[in-house]
Design a protein around this ligand. Structure first.
Ligand code: GLC
Ligand code: CA
Length: 508
């Protein structure tokens, strides 16, 4: 179904993050691939999402699951070929689904030909494409938490890496790097992609003085704190490039700084990112105080700037929200109502529509050096093991209850988590207020978060009871339960009672 909402499409959209190696496997090697994803597009279309963002599928030695790229314009054989990606884009577009790729500008793989050249000698023309120093400073890297500098024996200098030593940082202060990376974006935009999720984009500008950072002394990594004016200049260049293509292509930034006010700056004056991830809810426990704070912060810091918010509860780097909420499916379902009714574009991480928890990883099954395997388990499609993953055992063990939570089971059950997500997405599609309307908090019990969304005469009330006991939310007029997180009383007049850990959307 083509998207028929007022533009821009991305403000009206629900975006689904695909983690390709765990979505679906077509060739039976136990690793998800592009053909597997294309074959399962029905699932996403029935769910009702508008766009897919694919975590990286480019050529990579896979030291960081594809976030270490050695060829930005080719597909890794693990996932298929360029032709398979073209096919996916064509099929998705045929169904009215947009496709966003992951752009990783901050670093390449140490196996990228650029870095192989750069490290070959100090006078190599690509030496300055990366960041080389005689002396390291105290900057700390992510994933292993060690120094951000690694000594290169051949050329007798240190190179900088904000992540693993196998992920050297590019020097965006060199204009040849800017041109080369712009070519990457042109390549994909010409192939028809609708935009990019831009990996740790706040890291591309580096402090030119290379001064020690006292926060690293205290154990903080650069990825959480790097915030340099030059990154904004880089972003303005990316935005101009993307805007030169027809059809509202979009840049969504991973600005991994845990401060909404600082993140707001990366929207620029509508000349940098279109949207930026909002991370505080990704760390948040099941607590109305924390959520109230997160939401008010977004409304106060982004609202006046007309910076469009985003909402995300789970992704491939963090524990799934159901696991963070103590494994409670009821809470995860109530949180889905929250995610899909706040003001801004929601992101669904594959598997949350099934109510998956983190998989249990042991020393034997561990893959990620950063300990982030929990949320990366393969999706269970069928009841019977190996749950639709033909042949070999998949690359990570399935999450708990894979049989009961399999797509095949939930498809047929209206009261399933999948059923709830489908109803929620359909409800958003019907309601201008939920998609684009203003957000206004309503007075309620401290354990109940209640708000009103409204736009052009369309109106919804949303109430989320965080407590493990019933609460009342009396209303003067008659409202109808449009959606309930537990499915109870949908279509009935709202009784004024919220069951424990229940969320409802009310309409007139
Ligand atoms: C981002 C990705 C993460 C990756 C890192 C380095 O934070 O989400 O998975 O390890 O960047 O590219
Ligand atoms: Ca495969």
């Amino acid at each position: 179904m083509p998207n028929s909402f007022p533009s821009p499409w991305w403000k009206n959209a629900v975006i689904y993050q695909v983690y390709p190696r765990s979505f679906a496997d077509a060739n039976g090697d136990g690793i998800g691939d592009l053909s597997g994803l294309t074959a399962r597009l029905d699932h996403l279309q029935h769910l009702g999402v508008d766009a897919l963002w694919l975590s990286p599928v480019f050529r990579s030695p896979m030291c960081d699951a594809g976030y270490d790229i050695c060829d930005y314009t080719d597909v890794d054989p693990l996932f298929g070929t360029l032709a398979h990606l073209d096919e996916l884009i064509a099929q998705a577009h045929g169904r009215g689904l947009k496709v966003l790729l992951d752009f990783v500008p901050n670093h390449t793989s140490d196996q990228h030909p650029w870095f192989i050249e750069s490290r070959s000698s100090r006078d190599n023309p690509k030496r300055d494409w990366y960041i080389w120093r005689d002396q390291p400073n105290n900057w700390r890297a992510s994933i292993d938490g060690g120094s951000a500098w690694t000594w290169d024996e051949t050329s007798q200098q240190y190179y900088l890496h904000f992540f693993l030593p196998q992920q050297p940082d590019l020097n965006w202060h060199n204009p040849e790097v800017v041109t080369a990376m712009h070519q990457v974006l042109h390549f994909w935009l010409q192939r028809g992609v609708d935009g990019f999720r831009v990996d740790v984009v706040h890291c591309v500008g580096k402090d030119p003085s290379f001064a020690d950072d006292p926060r690293c002394m205290a154990g903080e990594t650069m990825v959480k704190i790097n915030d340099q004016p030059y990154s904004h200049e880089v972003l303005r260049g990316l935005r101009r490039l993307v805007d030169s293509y027809p059809g509202e292509r979009v840049l969504i930034g991973e600005v991994n700084i845990r401060s909404t006010a600082q993140v707001a700056a990366y929207y620029g004056a509508s000349d940098e990112l279109h949207m930026s991830f909002n991370f505080p809810p990704l760390d948040a426990p099941w607590d109305p105080v924390v959520f109230r704070m997160c939401i008010r912060e977004v409304e106060n810091d982004l609202g006046p700037l007309l910076a469009w918010p985003t909402w995300v509860l789970s992704n491939h780097d963090n524990s799934r929200h159901r696991s963070r909420y103590g494994g409670s499916l009821r809470r995860a379902q109530a949180a889905a109502v929250l995610l899909l009714t706040l003001r801004g574009t929601p992101f669904i991480y594959q598997g949350e529509e099934l109510g998956l928890e983190d998989t249990v990883v042991t020393a034997q099954t561990r893959v990620d050096p950063g300990g982030r395997d929990g949320s990366r388990a393969p999706l269970p499609w069928a009841v019977q093991a190996p749950h639709g993953w033909a042949g070999a055992a998949p690359w990570l063990p399935f999450a708990p209850d894979a049989d009961a939570l399999a797509v095949e089971v939930q498809e047929g059950a209206a009261d399933s988590t999948l059923g709830l997500y489908r109803r929620l997405l359909a409800c958003r599609r019907r309601s201008l207020a939920l998609r684009l309307g203003a957000w206004e908090e309503l007075p309620s019990h401290p354990q109940v978060l209640a708000y009103r969304r409204h736009c052009d005469g369309d109106e919804r009330l949303v109430c989320i009871n965080f407590a493990d006991s019933e609460h009342t939310f009396p209303l003067a007029e008659a409202w109808q339960v449009e959606i309930a997180s537990d499915g109870v009383d949908e279509g009935q007049v709202f009784s004024g009672r919220l069951a424990a850990e229940q969320a409802v959307i009310l309409c007139r």
